[in-house]
Design a protein around this ligand. Structure first.
Ligand code: XIL
Length: 372
């Protein structure tokens, strides 16, 4: 059965929203105007969004109002294969349908992350006996997901993190999909998605193509070659997702010209571009909060100015909106932790939901963008 949004009412999700002032639609904020990022983005024909958590949307009214005010794109990462299909025969939409409904009730587009990601593949897939069984399972999964959400989806990350410059096999990461199926798993995945949903943008989502150092240049080349192969074989890819986990110490590797050139190579091939997981790691920035926030904000602005200058860019999404809820602040990876032990400040809002310089940097970049 497909996703049926009408079962859910807006009122059920945000009781009393109208009475809350902090982020209420009519409140005057310190931006000096009434526009949240969603309105600024929309005025340019763009989507602005964030990774969102349904539990926070339900339990934390300030969080929900912030998202509602700032975003016209809901990025859902609660729909990984491992999460929705704990067994080969069951698909559990119970955590995802309410997220899609919340998005719809708040006039947001909905974006799915991700149909295939080697790090979020169910254990049972790895145990399948042969290629035929693996292809069948992969097709069944993608068909089930894309059919269920057909019409409700702005974009699907069909494959997440497929490329690997060093240590891969012909430029592809050695994932369970490559091992069990071969490089055709990519074409199979995109075809299966398109057959089930001809509206959603089908996206290949990749990290580490933002900078201009050797490994990054290699990844850019591999990505363009992969797109060319897709085009030759009529494999239906619509867009590239650029994850955009940036870092302040990366600013020396950010080359505006080569980034713009790379994006033009993508758009010249007829593909759209999405910034999918934007945040700025501040590990190497000073302890002083004002200095740190300024460095983070400068990175947001400089990067978005380049990406938004390309009219093929359709969406910008951050990986969370508040420092209270970020994989960087949580320190999931040692490379995120600060030597001074202070919490990281990677996102547009601080952990008390106040706007930071990064917020205004995003707003300025959206305002400066050409109409898309
Ligand atoms: C991150 C999540 O935010 C974390 O909670 C988790 O511990 C690790 O994964 N690239 C991706 C995202 O495509 O799914 C990752 O998200 C960040 C890197």
């Amino acid at each position: 059965m497909g996703f049926i949004a009408s079962r859910f009412s807006r009122r059920g999700f945000l009781l009393g929203a109208a009475s809350i002032g902090a982020f209420g639609a009519g409140s005057k904020d310190s931006c000096g105007d009434n526009l949240g990022l969603r309105a600024t983005a929309a005025s340019k024909g763009l989507l602005f969004g964030s990774l969102m958590r349904l539990s926070s949307l339900r339990e934390d009214t300030t969080y929900a109002l912030m998202m509602e005010r700032e975003c016209n794109l809901y990025v859902c990462a609660d729909m990984h294969w491992r999460l929705v299909a704990p067994t080969p025969t069951a698909t559990d939409f119970s955590k995802v349908d309410p997220a899609a409904a919340w998005a719809q009730a708040h006039d947001m587009r909905f974006r799915g992350h991700a149909l295939l990601w080697h790090l979020q593949t169910p254990g049972w897939f790895k145990e399948l006996p042969d290629r035929g069984a693996a292809v069948a399972a992969l097709q069944a999964h993608i068909h089930t997901m894309c059919t269920h959400f057909a019409g409700a989806m702005q974009s699907w990350d069909v494959v997440n993190e497929a490329i690997m410059a060093n240590g891969g096999m012909n430029g592809l990461r050695k994932t369970v999909f490559l091992e069990k199926i071969g490089p055709e798993y990519l074409d199979i995945a995109f075809h299966t998605a398109r057959e089930a949903d001809d509206k959603a943008l089908l996206v290949l989502n990749e990290p580490a193509v933002e900078y201009d150092y050797l490994g990054s240049r290699q990844r850019r080349r591999l990505l363009l070659d992969l797109i060319d192969g897709f085009k030759r074989r009529n494999t239906p890819i619509d867009a590239i997702g650029i994850q955009s986990h940036l870092a302040t110490q990366g600013s020396k590797h950010l080359d505006d010209r080569s980034l713009a050139d790379f994006l033009r190579e993508v758009s010249d091939r007829g593909l759209k571009i999405l910034v999918t997981e934007l945040d700025v790691i501040d590990q190497a920035s000073p302890s002083n909060v004002a200095t740190r926030d300024a460095e983070v904000a400068a990175m947001y602005k400089r990067y978005l100015d380049v990406v938004l200058d390309n009219k093929a860019t359709v969406a910008v999404a951050t990986w969370g909106l508040t420092d209270r809820d970020s994989w960087i602040t949580r320190g999931d990876e040692p490379g995120f932790r600060r030597a001074d032990g202070l919490p990281a400040r990677p996102l547009p809002f601080d952990d008390h939901y106040s706007r930071k310089p990064a917020y205004y940097a995003v707003a300025e970049a959206l305002k400066a963008a050409p109409a898309h």
